[in-house]
Design a binder for this molecule. Structure first.
Ligand code: SAM
Length: 328
């Protein structure tokens, strides 16, 4: 292997978030606007171009890939991308983040293609609040998707919920109970300033508040044994070993141990979810492929990464792209 992908703060990067589309079949209020112009399909990277990027990034140390979007299952033939990426020597782990609407019909094919881990986003078990948050219906389909993912062996399914104060903080306890009963790993995410709606710190229901509610009404928790210190989730376990995690991007930023880089579906390289600059690598994959130049661009992009996301400082500037167009 070549020298690892390291930034100016010594963080080693081995984790790639690969967004495959900016399209989505939901319109979650915290993520994207209702009226949105999606990218022209001609601008999207092809699966072969994505695999090409990965073949250049792996010798630099990338080991883990998470497919995301937009809604990745809207991209047709996504199992063939999983198959292409699984065949790249050195790729150790491929995961997928989905809203679950199309998961039931795709779960088996994804598993057969080599996918082993899936995260499903689900913010409530209440149909009315689902509609209010997602601006679409679909709770039943998501629950079917989660059950099918478990049945085909994509287990434990991780279920991610963004919690907004006054909107779905009442869902923390029901979601935690449901996940514990069904054997899924629930992960609660603090609401971040990356969507289309104006963000207010007061709307952010903090991880310690979620933890308190669960300890009081579901069961005592202790820090999970053997947790990966580089994982963004603070993992806890109940006395029976079932796990629950908290992604406290606002109250306990994990920038110091960040190991992620991101490639948007239109070929822009970003070294942080909140980055204000991005580098267009599509020309190096399409018009004039040049692997050595691509490797240099990836290294330079990682090296230029900021110390942290600045959400908690007066310097914070919200990126122009909203979450659906970056890849969460
Ligand atoms: N469509 C897929 C899904 O729903 O999981 C993948 C893309 S979505 C942008 C990825 C993740 O970003 C989801 O778990 C979503 O809840 C999270 N997300 C979007 N906007 C967010 C925000 N403002 N704060 C925290 N998490 C957010």
């Amino acid at each position: 292997m070549l020298e690892p992908l390291i930034d100016a703060f010594g963080r080693v990067h081995d984790n790639l978030r690969l967004s495959v589309t900016d399209r989505c079949n939901l319109r979650c209020v915290y993520c994207m606007p209702e009226d949105v112009t999606f990218l022209d399909k001609a601008h999207l990277l092809s699966f072969e171009e994505m695999a090409h990027f990965v073949r250049v990034a792996v010798p630099l140390g990338v080991r883990k890939i998470r497919l995301t979007g937009g809604e990745p299952l809207l991209r047709r033939e996504i199992p063939s991308l999983v198959r292409l990426l699984s065949a790249v020597p050195g790729v150790e782990d491929i995961g997928l983040t989905t809203n679950g609407l199309l998961l039931a019909p795709h779960a088996q094919a994804l598993h057969d293609a080599g996918l082993r881990r899936v995260n499903v986003s689900l913010d409530t078990l209440d149909e009315g609040r689902f509609r209010r948050l997602a601006r679409r219906d679909g709770l039943g389909q998501v629950l079917e998707g989660v059950a099918e993912a478990k049945r085909v062996g994509l287990a434990p399914v991780k279920v991610n919920a963004v919690i907004i104060r006054g909107v779905n903080d009442v869902d923390v306890v029901p979601l935690a109970r449901w996940a514990r009963r069904e054997g899924h790993e629930m992960r609660f995410i603090e609401y971040m300033p990356i969507g289309a709606e104006p963000w207010e710190r007061g709307k952010c229901f903090l991880a310690h508040e979620m933890l308190d509610a669960i300890e009081e009404r579901v069961g005592p928790l202790r820090p999970a044994a053997g947790r990966d210190p580089r994982s963004p989730a603070m993992d806890f376990e109940y006395d029976d070993g079932a796990r629950v995690g908290f992604i406290a991007s606002v109250s306990r930023p994990f920038c110091k141990s960040c190991n992620r880089l991101r490639l948007t579906c239109d070929g822009k390289l970003r070294n942080c979810l909140f980055a204000l600059d991005e580098v267009d690598v599509k020309p190096l994959l399409r018009a004039a492929p040049d692997d050595a130049a691509l490797a240099r661009v990836i290294r330079a992009n990682v090296m230029a990464k900021w110390e942290g996301h600045e959400i908690n400082s007066a310097r914070f500037v919200k990126p122009e792209r909203t979450m659906h167009a970056i890849g969460g």
